[in-house]
Design a protein. Structure first.
Length: 73
């Protein structure tokens, strides 16, 4: 019995999690990368007037990890 994986979810966007997510994305699988939500705003977010509920803030950890993974190839 053959099964095809269409989507994966990776919990944790650290070095290992983001690497796993990148491998799946490279073979064309849709990836959902999850991590914890920040508890505090950083200076940049405070200057923009964002709150902890803003999507940009809630996704900061995952987006930062993803950008670092893309830079490392």
């Amino acid at each position: 019995m053959n099964r095809t994986i269409n989507k994966v979810a990776v919990i944790g966007s650290g070095i290992m999690g983001s690497g796993i997510a990148c491998h799946f994305a490279n073979i064309g699988v849709e990836v959902l990368l999850l991590d914890i939500v920040p508890r505090e705003l950083n200076e940049k977010e405070q200057k923009k007037g964002l709150t902890l509920e803003d999507k940009e803030v809630r996704n900061r950890i995952v987006n930062d990890s993803l950008q670092n993974s893309l830079k490392s190839k």
